[in-house]
Each structure stands twice: as C-alpha cells, then as structure tokens.
Design a protein around this ligand. Structure first.
Ligand code: 5GP
Ligand code: ZN
Length: 137
C-alpha cells in the first residue's frame, strides 16, 4: 500500500533495524522501545489487521513471534514478555498494517493494560460462545 509505513519498511524504502525475515514476515525493532528489546513482527504482504490475514500469514506471523520471543528471552533475560496486538483504532492500533508487539517485561516497568472484568453468569458465556460458533468458517 502506497501510504503505509510498514509496507515501506518491507520494501526497504525506509530503514528499519531488522532482526528476522522469512517468506511471510519481517521482524524489526519498534522505534519507541517500551523496554529494551521491543520487537514488532509484521506480515510482509499488506493486511490492515488480524481480520485480513490468510491462513499462511496467520501461521507464519505467530511462528516468527515465538521464534523471536525465544531470542529476546535469551538475549535480554527479561522477567517476562508481553505479546500485544491491536486491531482498529478503538483497540489502540496506530499503524494499520498487521504487526505483533513482543515486549520484554520487568516488575513495575510501567507498562499497563487495564482489564475490567465483568464476570457474567455462565449462561452469558454460553450465549457468547454460540454467537461466535455460528460465524466460524
Ligand atoms: P500499534 O499502536 O499500531 O500497535 O503500534 C505501532 C508501533 O509502531 C508503535 O509502537 C510505534 O513505535 C511503531 N512505529 C511507528 N512507526 C515506526 C517506524 O517508522 N519504524 C519502526 N521501527 N517502528 C515504528
Ligand atoms: Zn502496509
């Protein structure tokens, strides 16, 4: 896509600090570095978000995420690692080309995600599940 910053990185039209590349994915250092070692794993062929991935891309992007995560663990010895992936503005996505964040984590490092649980009754869970199952292809 013409105006997409990650397509430009994939096409080597703008620089990025690449750590891994295969047929479907490119992994490079996030310019913002929430913690040292913060990597983005992007698909090479433009997809706006998770909804636009084909099966080969979906498999490849998580395979790369797992491989790079192990390398981050071995290189930085973080206390943990968060996998974060946003789809749509409401979810916090700012670059509309699918990518997975791999963020090394440390106690009290300031990264926060509020998790406002609702704990609905079990019937609600069954209802929600049925709605999803009816749409699964
Ligand atoms: P999102 O908010 O869409 O999940 O994450 C977008 C991420 O892309 C941000 O963490 C931001 O720092 C990173 N980013 C934006 N522009 C560039 C860029 O030109 N190069 C690199 N390496 N990272 C970028
Ligand atoms: Zn793109």
């Amino acid at each position: 896509m013409d105006d997409c910053v990650f397509c430009k990185i994939v096409a080597k039209q703008i620089p990025a600090t690449v750590v891994h590349e295969d047929e479907h994915t490119l992994a490079f250092m996030d310019i913002g570095q929430v913690n040292p070692g913060h990597v983005l794993v992007a698909v090479k062929k433009h997809a706006d978000n998770i909804f636009a991935l084909d099966d080969a891309q979906a498999a490849a992007v998580f395979r790369s995420a797992a491989r790079v995560s192990r390398a981050i663990r071995d290189a930085f010895a973080p206390q943990g690692l968060s996998v974060y992936q946003a789809n749509g503005k409401a979810a916090g996505q700012t670059v509309f080309h699918l990518h997975i964040h791999l963020v090394p984590r440390h106690e009290a490092d300031g990264m926060e995600l509020t998790w406002p649980v609702k704990n609905p009754p079990r019937e609600k869970l069954v209802d929600y599940a049925e709605r999803i199952k009816a749409k699964l292809l």
